[in-house]
Design a protein around this ligand. Structure first.
Ligand code: ADP
Length: 160
């Protein structure tokens, strides 16, 4: 059984993330979407809310959602994962992602990082862009799953 982990903050999950997760699920027997806690980032959604929004947006038996607040490679080792799957958008992602891949490999030799290129329409799509457009009252329905759009609109209405 070949297991892959798709880690991220997913605050909130976008259609760009969903595309990468679903493509990973075609390549591996099982995919774990790992919502990482990051105490240095202020998030719009709690870890539980982020996990719930991912679960509502994906219906595929070989995709599971989990959370972890330690080292990614420790989670991967304990889950028996063989790969970390990341999406690559513009070149701007490359430097950081390459650095992460090298560090993870040196911490845990058995893990490979697999990069999947973002689809053209998702190239400039990020969670922070979606939150900003949502806050300003713009239409985010083509960037995020329905459940996410609904939740952002609800929260942004409360802001005003
Ligand atoms: P962000 O970088 O927007 O804060 P995350 O940390 O949640 O998002 O990202 C998790 C993973 O998803 C990263 O590998 C990132 O490159 C990838 N990703 C994010 N947005 C997209 C997108 N629009 N298309 C493809 N991959 C993406």
């Amino acid at each position: 059984m070949r297991i892959a982990v798709c880690p991220g903050s997913f605050d909130p999950v976008t259609l760009g993330h969903i595309d990468i997760i679903e493509r990973a699920s075609q390549l591996f027997d099982s995919v774990i979407v790992l919502v990482m806690e990051n105490s240095t980032k202020t998030t719009m959604f709690t870890v539980e809310e982020r996990m719930d929004l991912i679960s509502k947006s994906i219906c595929n038996d070989n995709i599971k959602v989990d959370t972890y607040n330690g080292l990614l490679v420790d989670y991967a080792r304990q889950a028996g994962a063989v790969a970390i799957v990341k999406g690559l958008r513009a070149m701007s992602d490359f430097d950081y992602e390459f650095q992460q891949a090298l560090i993870n490999k040196s911490l845990y030799q058995k893990i490979e990082t697999v990069f999947l290129p973002a689809e053209g329409q998702n190239m400039y799509l990020s969670s922070s862009m979606v939150k900003e457009v949502g806050r300003l009252g713009g239409d985010i329905s083509s960037y995020v799953p329905k459940a996410v759009a609904k939740e952002i609109y609800k929260r942004c209405k409360g802001d005003k």
